[in-house]
Design a protein around this ligand. Structure first.
Ligand code: MN
Length: 202
């Protein structure tokens, strides 16, 4: 039951987050989704999720992604989330697990470099992102020692050197691109329940 931990933490009669369907890993060749959700809970962080095996593999990145290949961002591995979670933007009630505000900060497709299953297990996953904000080649690397079972481990999220890479002195994507790609709203507007905005991203 890949989503058992996810479901155990949440009360679906209270939160509007999806319970998710159990589904077998797709054998069809299709594009794999990714999403980055900006989540203002106890502390602001960015939830980085990659579709794999019928779930969203998930990491919490406190400082968010950086296009600077010299910057290594801590990415704490967390429980698998349902595929439906990639669409979730809204409010998690105070007192519930992850209580706060969730924004769809970026979304698109990802492509693993080589055998994703083996790479994920070995703790070094390289891939290309085709999102609205995040593009190009990236790597997730597990820190230290053998796997303890894949949960609550510290990984690092890194930009690979390519045409999209740029120094942090030339701008920080989490600051220059603060709004929802789904609704154009900022966190306060989502928290206030404002309607989606047709606001062009700069
Ligand atoms: Mn989160």
């Amino acid at each position: 039951m890949p989503l058992a931990e996810y479901r155990k933490k949440r009360r679906f009669d209270v939160t509007s987050e999806p319970a998710g369907k159990d589904r077998p890993a797709s054998r069809k060749k299709k594009k794999l989704a990714f999403v980055v959700q900006k989540h203002r809970a106890t502390a602001l962080h960015y939830d980085f999720r990659l579709e794999w095996g019928g779930v969203m593999l998930s990491w919490a990145v406190p400082r968010g992604p950086s296009y600077d290949p010299k910057i290594k961002r801590l990415a704490m591995h967390v429980e698998d989330h349902p595929l439906e979670y990639a669409e979730f933007e809204g409010i998690i009630p105070a007192g519930e697990y992850g209580g706060g505000t969730v924004m769809v900060w970026d979304r698109g497709h990802w492509q693993p470099h080589g055998d994703a299953r083996a790479a994920y297990r070995s703790g070094k996953l390289s891939f290309t992102l085709a999102g609205e904000k995040l593009r190009g080649d990236w790597t997730l690397v597990r820190m230290g020692g053998p796997s303890r079972g894949g949960r609550k481990e510290n990984w690092l999220l890194l930009k690979a050197g390519d045409e999209q890479a740029r120094s942090l002195s030339r701008g920080d994507v989490v600051k220059s691109e603060p709004l929802s790609v789904k609704t154009g709203r900022d966190l306060d507007e989502i928290a206030a329940g404002k309607a989606a905005l047709r606001r062009a991203r700069s």
